[in-house]
Design a protein around this ligand. Structure first.
Ligand code: FAD
Length: 293
């Protein structure tokens, strides 16, 4: 490892906050491809996260990372810092309000809310996101989105009620402005646990995630179903290196153990070019890139 004075200076100013130089962020993601970040920071509290952001601002580029289920990291790595929220795990219940720090798994929120006879988010049971990632991306499925159940969001810059979160299809104010989500208050509905349990079972059964390592849907559905369009262009099963268009669902790219991020990126590029050529549709990625491609 080369001596990285800038990172060392940041590590020193962060004091007790957990850090790691030259962190394998690629291996942290669902795809398990891609290189290292110069520095990783693992805040355990709201204050630590705010300190991390303030210390990095204007000094080193940074990204906040949740569960890494929607990320493609360059094989060359990321020349900046990643703030990983996995240690922000506090939850609190107040009436029908469920407040969760950004590192909590969305599925845990749904299950715990259920135990407390509160529901609403069951549709999202199969989304492997952290709370922060789900709200930043306004994740959703079955015609519903996580943002619909948000009361307010606390970030490094302030507190935003739902109307100010600018939720849209797979986007939010926090995504646009790269704000760091610290915690989220969900407004849930009282409901008997048995009924919620049944809903969770039904939604789980309705999901058809193709087998293998993926990031979920690669492209957005913007007035068309990207999977259908890609399928109609003949891509099911198409491979570049270790990356393959799922034969089960053409909007999923599956990475084999030998896949590189470049394989996945090249496959995305070819799909976009061919779909535009054949159908004049400009597909846009839902997946988020980290580093240079
Ligand atoms: C098998 C599978 C199925 C999936 N199904 C769905 C689905 O049905 N619907 C759907 O919408 N998505 C789906 N996804 C995609 C993914 O789970 C979502 O996009 C999810 O919201 C990403 O959350 P994350 O915590 O993994 O975020 P990451 O992948 O870590 O990050 C994604 C983006 O969110 C930002 N981010 C993360 N945490 C924070 C934070 N605390 N503050 C600010 N920004 C933050 C990152 O900077 C990045 O831009 C699926 C993925 C997989 C692997």
């Amino acid at each position: 490892m080369t001596l990285d004075n800038c990172s060392l200076q940041i590590v020193n100013s962060l004091g007790q906050i957990e850090t790691q130089l030259d962190y394998p962020i690629g291996a942290y993601t669902r795809y398990k491809t891609g290189g290292n970040a110069r520095l990783a920071i693992f805040p355990k509290t709201e204050n630590e996260l705010k300190t991390a952001v303030q210390t990095l601002k204007g000094f080193m580029p940074y990204e906040v990372i949740g569960a890494g289920t929607n990320l493609l990291v360059s094989d060359k790595g990321y020349n900046g810092a990643v703030i990983i929220t996995k240690n922000l795990q506090e939850v609190r219940l107040s009436g029908n309000l469920y407040i969760a720090e950004s590192g909590v798994k969305l599925s845990s929120v749904i299950k715990d809310a259920n135990l407390n006879s509160l529901g609403g988010l069951e549709f999202a049971i199969g989304i492997p996101a952290s709370v922060g990632g789900a709200v930043c991306m306004n994740a959703g499925c079955f015609g519903k989105s996580v943002g619909d159940y948000v009361r307010y969001v606390v970030t490094d810059r302030g507190t935003y009620s739902r109307n100010d979160c600018e939720f849209g299809y797979r986007t939010s104010k926090f995504k646009q402005e790269k704000q760091a989500i610290i915690k989220v208050c969900f407004s849930l509905n009282p409901c008997e646990s048995d009924i919620l349990e049944e809903k969770i079972k039904n939604y789980s059964a309705m999901r058809r995630n193709p087998r293998g390592k993926s990031c979920g849907s690669v492209f957005k559905n913007e007035g068309y179903f990207a999977g259908r369009v890609i399928d109609e262009c003949g891509f099911k099963g198409y491979k570049i290196g270790g990356a393959r268009v799922s034969p089960e669902h053409a909007n999923f790219i599956i990475a084999s153990d030998s896949a590189t991020s470049q394989n996945i990126y090249d496959l995305i590029k070819v799909i976009k070019e061919k779909v535009y050529e054949k159908r004049q549709i400009s597909l846009t990625e839902e997946l988020v890139y980290l580093g240079e491609f």
